[in-house]
Structures are given as C-alpha cells and as structure tokens.
Design a protein around this ligand. Structure first.
Ligand SMILES: CCCCCCCC/C=C\CCCCCC(=O)SCCNC(=O)CCNC(=O)[C@H](O)C(C)(C)COP(=O)(O)OP(=O)(O)OC[C@H]1O[C@@H](n2cnc3c(N)ncnc32)[C@H](O)[C@@H]1OP(=O)(O)O
Ligand SMILES: Cc1cc2nc3c(=O)[nH]c(=O)nc-3n(C[C@H](O)[C@H](O)[C@H](O)COP(=O)(O)OP(=O)(O)OC[C@H]3O[C@@H](n4cnc5c(N)ncnc54)[C@H](O)[C@@H]3O)c2cc1C
Length: 666
C-alpha cells in the first residue's frame, strides 16, 4: 500500500464545534492540574514501546501473562526513575491499560490495611507494600460463597498457647477462589476468615497471611495455590492471575489479624472496638467508589470509538454528492447520544462520589459514623447502575459500528470482555441494588419516628408533596428546566418507594416480603440511583463552568441524559401518574431537537476525553478518522496472513479438494 500523507478525515467535523474544547477537556479531567497530569502520563505510555498492546488477542496465556509482568515491572521502573507522585503513578498504570496484579495490590491490599489495620500494623506493613517489597491481594471470595460474606468458611482459630492463629480451609467450598493477583504474583494476602476463639465463632475478619517465599517465590508450607484458568475473551482479563488458595493449618502470629474493628488479646479474649462492625466491609465501599469513576472512562472510550466511526462511515442516500454519514441517521443518534450523555453524567457523579467518600472517611476518623449507611447505599447503588449501563453500552457501541465493530482491531470486543465482570466483582449488581432498597425501606419506615433522612434521601422529607404533585410541563420548552426534571425523578422514586413499602408491610415477616418483592425492590433502587445521577449533573451545572459554549453543551447533554431515561422507563413514570402521555410525547420531541443540537458538536465532545490512539486501541476510533487503510493494514498483520498458503493445507485441505476432483470426474 502506498505511503499516505497525514490527513485528518475528521477536520470538517471538528470545525463545526460550537464550544471551547480545551475548556471542556479541563472539565472532563476534573481540573487543570488533573488534565496536565493525565495528558502527560497518557503520552508517556503511548510513546513507550514496552507498553504496546496491539498483540494481546493473539498471545497464548503464558506469553500474555509474562508480558503483563514485564509491563508492570517496566511501569514500576519508570515510576521510580521519574519520581512520580502517587497521582501520576496511578494515572500511568491506568493508561498502561492492562489488568494486572498491581490493580489489587494498590487498589485493595494497601487500602484494606489502611482501613482495617491498627496504627502499629499500618506502620509495619504499609512501607513494605508501598516499596513493592511485598505484593498483596484481597482474598475474600470462596468457591462456595462470594455475595454472602457472612457465609465464608475459612477458619482462623486462635491458639493461646503459641499466641498464633491457625488458618484452615475445612471444605472444598472454603477454597479462596477469584482473588486477582493471587494465582501467580502475590507474596501476601489479606484473607477473610471466621474468627474462632475458645470454640466460639466471632464472625468474619481480615488476616495478613504470607503465601510465598520472598526468596524463591515458592508457596510456603501448608499453602496450596494456583490460577483458576482462562476467562471470557482472548487477551482481555486473562492478563490477570485470578487465583485459588487453600490452607492446611497455616500458622500466623496473633498480630497479623487486622484489629481496627475487633481485637483478640493475648489471653484470647475478643474485644469489639467502638467503630461499627460494618467497617469490615469498608474496603468494598472504597473500591466501589473507584469503580464508578472507572465506568465513565470505559463508557467514554466506547462512545469515542463509535462516534468517530459514525462520522467516517457512510451508507446510502446522498449528502452533498456523498453517501450519508451514519451519524446523521436519527436512529444512530438516538442510540449514540444518550450514551455520550451518560459518559458525562457518570463522570460528574463519580466526582461527587469521590467527595462523599472523602467526607465519610474524615467523619469516621472523628468517630462520626452517622453517614456510613448512606455512603454504603450510594457506592453500592451507583456501582451497580454505572457498571450495568456501561457494559450494555459497550456492546451497543459495537453494534453502532456495524460489522467492523466485531473485529478485534475495533478495540470494542476486548473492551467489553475486560469490562463486563465489573457487573459482578465488588458485589453482584442485583445484590447491591437490594442493599440500596433495604436502605430506602428503612429510611421510609423511620420517617414517622422523627428520624430525618440525610444526603441523597433528603427529598423524602417532602414525601406528601411528591406523592401528589403534578408534573409542571405545559410546553416542550418546560422539559429543559432542571428543577422540573429533578422534581419529576424525585416524585417517581418517592412513589415507587412508598408503593413497595406498602406492599412489604402486608407480610408478617419482612424477610418473606423482601424475597417475594425483590424484583420490584430492584426497580425502586434503580429509580433512586438514577435520581442521584440526574441531580448531581444538574448540581454540576450550577457551578461556575468556564469556556465559551461549554455550559450550553453540558446543559444539552444533561437534558438528553434525563429525557432518554424518561423514555426508557416510561412505564414507571406513567404507572405512578408522574406524567401524562401528552407530556411524554413532548419529551420525545425535545429529545429529537437536542440530538440536532449535539450533532455538530459530537466529535469535539468525544475529543474532549483527550484519549490517545494508543489508549483507545481502536482502528475505528482513530483521531484522524483514517479508518479503511488502517483496517486493511491490521488484517495483513494477522498471523494467518503470514503465509500465502495456510499451515494445514497439505494435511487437511488438499486431500479434501483432491477427493472432490475425483468425485467430479466420476
Ligand atoms: C486508576 C483507578 C482504577 C480504578 C479501577 C477500578 C477497577 C478495579 C479493577 C479490578 C478490580 C477487581 C476487584 C474485584 C475485587 C472483589 O470482587 S473483592 C470481593 C467483593 N465482594 C463483594 O463485594 C461481596 C458482596 N457482598 C457484600 O457486600 C455483603 O455481604 C452484603 C452487603 C451483600 C450482605 O452482607 P450481610 O453481612 O449479610 O449484610 P446485611 O445483613 O445485608 O446488612 C447488615 C448491615 O450492614 C450494612 N452494610 C452492608 N454492607 C456494608 C458496607 N459495605 N458498608 C457499610 N454498611 C454495610 C447493611 O446496610 C445493613 O445495615 P442495617 O442493618 O442498618 O440495615
Ligand atoms: C474478574 C473478577 C475478579 C474478582 N476479583 C476478586 C478479588 O480480587 N477478590 C475477591 O475476594 N473476590 C473477587 N471476585 C469475586 C467477586 O467479588 C464475586 O464473584 C462477586 O462478589 C459475586 O459473588 P458470587 O460469585 O458469589 O455470585 P453469586 O452471589 O453466587 O451470584 C449468582 C447469582 O445469584 C444472584 N443472587 C445472589 N444472592 C442473591 C440474593 N440475595 N438475592 C437475589 N439474587 C441473588 C446474583 O444476582 C447472581 O445472578 C472477582 C470476580 C471476578 C468475576
């Protein structure tokens, strides 16, 4: 193929933008400093050949894993050489874009010691972990139990004679199963086990256990350990060594029990400290919050690919002598633009959730535990909502790219395969929504007793009003008023919550009601979480938004987000009498005009994510839109094209062909 001059096939699209894209980049990044760090780290990774990732789908598991180890070691080398800050290092790992044991080491092992260790334990273990002299993972889930944490079977029995715990796997189902980084890389784990002293079971607690020798990496005596095997997709999450682990009476010193929530004294007495026992689940709250932030990254990435390709791809019709760009089809817009709007919505709700998490952490340090239930409900619910939407959206983006979306070189199959377990890990999404519903039912039941709802449930204070207020939409333009939309989402959530609470009250045993009504409870929780996302988007727009045209674009996206949810869940809004069918029809008209407003800005709105071609890893999403020659080039790189005649021709193809020839002659 001839060498081509650098051409930007999307230059016309970019010239249509009606807003200051640099200002939007800063809004997306969360600030000037965040933008600068992110931009610098993305370029650093993209320019380093060790971080190449275009061959992942064709490497076998062993090569793939070794390559991941190589990249993680190289990333660590660069972090040390360049003296990167914690923020820079974490961005660098993010742009390396390959699931690895380091995610669990930095993302769970260190946080669990920080959150559940005593000061002494933090002083002992964290410096080694920060220097990566030990590598740790989070070993909670077992073969038999994941969601039901209280059902875990691994035991940690205190031996007062030797001042040690004996960690043991009494059954096959008690084998630890799934922890990332456990299979091959980790030297240590925080293991969740049943605390047993003097024959009494005191429930679940975390214990730091060394798994492998620091000299030769061999498993220590009594430890049986390995990788659980290939997972969904080629490449994809198979760079991660999710592992299994069994203990045969492994002894650890007493001071390796994480003792912030519960302590065991030298005599074997269990002392419960004054912090709520739920802090044992605190690391999950932290990680769920990071998963929400991560959802906007995965979603924006898929949307960026689908939007750029939709502007390049032409099929049918005629537009100034060319066929129509598929992005101009109304059906394409109605599938794509709500996802673009969701990417921005999740970005802002992720920012807010980070703030909420920091706030609850500070309060906990000051021994104020009052906001913990809300923090749990928000992190659980938003983790569930954002990951479910993102996983479905990646698949929708693949379909939006037609046949080429199914090629690995589109980047979408791998993105989907890597992303989709987010609906399961860190809490199955349905199980988490049921936690939100439980919190809402409790909040409503306490309204009569004078308990004031806090934070995201404050709207329930206006319950009487919300149960009967009509929707204030007379004409189409009313749908663009943020207060009208927020009140509508509040009314829907309040009405669904109260209806479910009424149905629950008819059961003599609440547990029976929860079982029977669980599908409705999930819908209630979803409505509440969608309200949170809509309100946080609206609140973001009430802040100072610098940059010409930036606020207008975000306002359009906010309306698209809310109105497309309204359209999708129309049954909820109509059945609770929150709106009339006439109002629903007006909302649909407004959506169409919002799509027209966003259309000329679509490419600039995805450029604002500031993704490098390396990070996107997609021929269809290339910045320059030069899709077809690059698709051709990628096809030629496939190992099947290394020889003109395929391996196996002489053994398996030729004999068949020859036989057909003989048959034909007969
Ligand atoms: C650079 C940035 C990158 C970011 C990248 C992010 C992506 C990371 C990539 C890969 C990492 C993958 C990591 C995956 C790791 C894992 O999966 S670790 C394992 C996670 N496991 C789970 O999440 C298990 C889910 N199950 C649970 O959380 C709980 O068991 C349960 C909440 C479902 C039920 O627990 P149970 O003890 O039976 O509780 P209940 O009786 O339902 O509730 C008792 C009360 O406790 C409250 N509560 C429950 N959880 C929490 C919590 N986390 N915090 C605070 N409070 C909690 C609950 O509301 C009840 O309160 P009331 O009694 O007042 O009603
Ligand atoms: C890629 C990946 C990485 C992981 N990494 C780690 C790790 O590092 N460390 C770790 O400890 N674990 C890890 N896990 C495990 C993960 O946290 C669990 O798989 C997850 O919490 C779900 O639990 P489960 O597998 O027991 O699902 P189950 O609870 O068995 O779910 C099966 C089905 O039952 C339904 N269900 C379960 N309970 C209820 C209920 N009460 N009401 C209604 N429906 C219900 C669920 O909705 C689901 O449809 C990882 C998992 C994956 C996939």
């Amino acid at each position: 193929m001839e060498a081509e001059a650098a051409v930007d096939y999307l230059v016309d699209e970019r010239s249509k933008a009606q807003f200051d894209i640099d200002a939007m980049k800063i809004i997306w990044a969360g600030g000037k400093h965040e933008f600068e760090v992110s931009d610098r780290m993305a370029r650093l990774v993209a320019s380093d050949p060790v971080f190449r990732k275009d061959n992942r789908a064709i490497l076998d598991r062993k090569e793939l894993f070794k390559n991941t180890l190589r990249k993680a070691a190289h990333a660590w080398k660069r972090i040390i050489e360049l003296r990167l800050s914690e923020q820079e290092a974490s961005k660098l790992r993010f742009f390396v874009d390959e699931p690895a044991y380091t995610d669990l080491h930095w993302g769970m092992f260190i946080p669990v010691i920080k959150g559940q260790g005593t000061e002494e334990q933090r002083k002992k273990w964290l410096p080694m972990a920060y220097r990566m002299q030990i590598i740790g993972c989070y070993a909670q889930t077992e073969l038999g139990h994941g969601s039901n944490v209280q059902g875990l079977e691994t035991t940690a029995t205190f031996d007062p004679e030797l001042d040690e715990f004996v960690i043991h796997s009494p059954t096959l189902t008690s084998s630890k199963w799934w922890p990332g980084g456990l299979g091959r890389a980790s030297t240590h784990a925080v293991v969740f086990a049943r605390l047993i002293t003097d024959g009494k079971d005191h429930g679940i607690n975390g214990f730091i256990v060394q798994l492998r020798s620091l000299d030769d990496h061999l498993p220590l005596p009594g430890i049986i350990i390995g990788d659980i095997g290939m997972k969904f997709g080629n490449g994809a999450y198979n760079t991660m060594d999710n592992g299994f682990l069994r203990f045969d009476h492994v002894r650890i010193p007493r001071d390796q029990m994480l003792m912030r929530v519960k302590q065991v004294t030298r005599e074997g007495k269990v002392v419960q400290s004054d912090v709520p026992w739920q802090l044992l689940y605190g690391t999950m709250v932290y990680v769920r919050q990071t998963i929400v932030a991560d959802a906007s990254c995965a979603l924006s990435r898929a949307v960026c690919i689908a939007t750029r390709y939709s502007a390049v791809r032409r099929q049918f019709g005629s537009q100034n002598g060319h066929e129509t760009q598929v992005i101009d089809y109304r059906t394409q817009q109605s599938r794509l633009f709500p996802l673009l709007a969701s990417a921005y919505a999740f970005r802002f709700v992720g920012e807010w959730l980070k703030w909420l998490y920091m706030d609850v952490t500070q309060r906990l340090q000051a021994r104020d535990f009052s906001t913990l239930p809300e923090a749990h409900a928000c992190t659980a619910g938003l983790k569930s909502l954002t990951t479910s939407v993102t996983a479905d959206a990646i698949e929708e983006c693949r379909k939006l790219c037609g046949g080429h979306g199914y090629l690995c070189s589109s980047g979408l199959p791998e993105l989907f395969a890597v992303y989709v377990p987010a609906c399961t890990y860190e809490g199955d999404n349905i199980v988490l929504l049921l936690q939100v519903a439980r919190f809402l039912m409790k909040t409503v039941s306490q309204l009569g007793s004078g308990e004031r709802p806090v934070g995201t449930t404050t709207y329930l204070l206006r319950l009487e009003h919300l149960l009967q207020c009509p929707c204030d939409v007379q004409g189409a333009e009313d749908w663009l008023k943020p207060d009208v939309v927020v009140q509508l989402f509040e009314a829907r959530s309040a009405r669904m919550t109260v209806a479910c609470a009424k149905s629950l009250s008819k059961f003599s045993k609440p547990e029976d009601g929860f079982m029977d009504l669980s599908a409705d409870l999930v819908s209630v929780a979803t409505a509440h979480c969608q309200l949170i996302v809509v309100s946080k988007f609206v609140e973001k727009l009430q802040q100072d938004i610098p940059g010409e045209g930036v606020k207008q674009q975000l306002e359009a996206l906010c309306s698209i987000y809310a109105l497309s949810l309204l359209k999708k869940h129309l049954g909820d809004f109509l059945s609770t009498s929150c709106i009339t069918s006439k109002q629903a029809s007006l909302a649909n008209d407004v959506l169409r005009s919002l799509y027209s407003q966003v259309r000329p800005n679509a490419i600039a709105l995805v450029d604002a994510f500031n993704y490098t071609d390396h990070f996107l890893g997609s021929v269809l999403g290339r910045y320059d839109g030069n899709v077809y020659p690059k698709l051709y080039e990628e096809a030629l790189k496939d190992p099947l094209n290394e020889s003109v005649v395929p391996d196996g021709y002489h053994e398996y193809l030729q004999p068949v062909l020859k036989q057909r020839l003989r048959t034909a002659r007969l």
